[in-house]
Design a protein around this ligand. Sequence first.
Ligand code: C2O
Length: 578
Amino acid sequence: MESYDNVVKPWCSCILLSLLLLFVSSPSCSADPETHYHEFVVQATPVKRLCKTHNTITVNGQFPGPTLEVRNGDTLVIRVINRARYNVTIHWHGVRQLRTAWADGPEYVTQCPIQPGGSYTYRFTIQDQEGTLWWHAHSSWLRATVYGALIIYPRLGSSYPFTKPKRETPVLLGEWWDDNPIDVIRRATRTGAAPNVSDAYTINGQPGDLYNCSSQDTVIIPVDSGETNLLRVINAALNQELFLAIGNHQLTVVAADASYKKPFTTSVLMLGPGQTTDVLITANQPPGRYYIAARAYQSAQGAAFDNTTTTAILEYKSAPCPKKGLTLQPVFPSLPAYNDTTTATAFAAKFRSPSKVDIPTDIDENLFFTVGLGLFNCPPGFSQSRCQGPNGTRFTASMNNVSLVLPSSFSILQAYQQGVPGVYTTDFPPVPPVQFDYTGNVSRALWQPISGTKLYKLKYGSKVQLVLQDTSIVTAENHPIHIHGYDFYIIAEGFGNFNPQTDTAKFNLVDPPMRNTVAVPVNGWAVIRFVADNPGVWLMHCHLDVHITWGLAMAFLVENGEGELQSLQSPPADLPPC
Ligand code: C2O
């Protein structure tokens, strides 16, 4: 597979180094962290899918982009060169970026975008994270095609908390438009309507057997009978939560969002965009071919969605050769119905930390944010063509009734660090400005949010509890909410309106799962906790890109603590100008 060609395997360089050193000095491979240097050239590349070639924006001409492989404790230095005709930034999704917010990537939040012809070098260290993360563009809808896996192995000398698998395979779920994704979102932004849904989902960049002109390129994942493979599943789709299952095989979940989990078995996974799930699969079935299939989990009623199914094939190397002229039809898994919220909920409820964890108590900040859609009434003088949302409106979305507008001449982090006034305010409301029956029949008067660049300020070290409450405005929906720069514990989830009197009884303060993206239940809520120990400006948003475009986002401004080790580093000299 061309996409994984320039993978840098840390153990290879280590063996090589040992061999070299054998002749020089010490024969032992040091357990010191390494620094990995990469160059990412963002460029238009012809990519043919669904019978048609597009000038797709890629990294280094690869789709999906290069897989980065590092160890816990290693440093990455990645020079991004923009040879495309769009502004671009790269985000290292899930990397804590302790004190290095400048390398986080969301455009106009931590940096101005890299303009065509420009470059910027991201430098950051992986600190106490192991498992699967990924990287993606964080500018307009470029991440539709600009994304790749970021795999973090244990430090040298330490190992997985499970039997080492024979093989490991990244499984990147993506979403493909038979169109230029940037044009798709630009059209929607102009008209105020919902953007077109995708034409295919993909596994490692390929739609698979069930689509036109695709079967000859279906991804094959080989296995040997009896062996165990670690699949690192990443939902890189732009706008869709996805179910995934494999014909006749059970999956054992061992990690998610680069932290280990108490293992559990399941026949189906559900991942929101942004989430990763590491699963062990043992080849214990009759030698043959089995479909790996993914399709939508669609919680929003009445909304258009891509209802196609992407497939790859798990192929036993000892599978009998098909007789001439016949193909050996792979075994298809059973997938939940598109709207199977029961299965999505049961799956989420299985996640636990491997053992008792240190949950923040004595909460300093008790926050309650609504998350949901909205509609802007069309301003007078606006042409009809720009009001193509429901009943002549424009689609929008908000948290606590504020629809985020990004600045355009500064990044928020630069404005903060340089004391530039007028770029943002710090009056994001800690609770909804108006209380209402969030999941009930909401009065039309409450459907229109305000626009603003409002941040919520957190003191260094403050212990935060945040209730994320879905609303039924326009339509209720499961929203994958992601926080930059942080992992958090999900201590409870439920349906309806969160009730602070009774729902605290559901809090798991023993072994709740740690994640960087929580799929907030449709018409429900999730409660998360974290300690604000990373200074900087950190975006929190719905990872359905159509919702970020509509403003379903806010940012935390976390102040410096005491001394250098609790303070944001100074900005790199090559930080792009606006
Ligand atoms: Cu993976 Cu702000 O996102």
